[in-house]
Design a protein. Structure first.
Length: 186
């Protein structure tokens, strides 16, 4: 079997945001488990609003859909804005509708690690719940472990290090679970 391909999607418009740093730690866990990782963050997620009536897609949307088409697993990290996922991440996930005609529809049969980072527990938990619900709707398998990160208590420094070793361990575990599921299904 070739290396497991794990696509990480997340972050915010702010380069190297807290949620993007969390994504990178989760993807490091996937890479440590032997995966080839692809990261789609920030500026890569700035796409026109998804419009199913348009046949043509911008290059960024085509790349996103193509990477997910060939992914064995996915890690999603969203900042929590007003108790749910960011519009940036939601719009990117809406483009998965372009996979509806594939043999492997949407995220069918793929493990998806979900992480939410918000300034408070309520928004972090509801954002994580929203991500997991979306993954179910897209026929994906949320990993057993998800992470709700309270950014008021946990931070990531400019080197990507997490202030809470337990949170960093949880993020790496999520990445590893995505790979382990892909290998078990392979």
């Amino acid at each position: 079997m070739t290396a497991v391909r794990v696509v990480g999607i997340g972050g915010s418009l702010r380069p190297d945001s807290q949620s993007e740093r969390a994504l990178r730690i989760a993807l490091a866990g996937a890479e440590e488990a032997g995966a080839k990782i692809i990261t789609i963050t920030g500026a890569d997620l700035v796409l026109p609003f998804y419009d199913p009536s348009l046949a043509e897609r911008p290059a960024g949307a085509l790349n996103l859909v193509e990477e997910l088409r060939h992914a064995d697993g996915v890690v999603l990290v969203s900042p929590g804005y007003h108790g749910t996922i960011s519009g940036l991440v939601k719009n990117a996930l809406d483009y998965l509708e372009d996979l509806r005609g594939d043999d492997r529809v949407y995220l069918d049969g793929r493990a998806v690690g979900c992480v939410a980072a918000a300034n408070g527990w309520q928004a972090a938990v509801t954002t994580l719940s929203a991500l997991r619900s979306i993954v179910h709707a897209l026929r994906g398998w949320p990993t057993p472990l998800g992470a709700a990160i309270n950014s008021a208590q946990v931070s990531f420094d400019e080197y990507g290090e997490c202030s809470d070793p337990q949170v960093a361990l949880s993020l790496r575990t999520i990445g590893r679970q995505v790979v382990e599921f892909a290998l078990a299904r392979g």
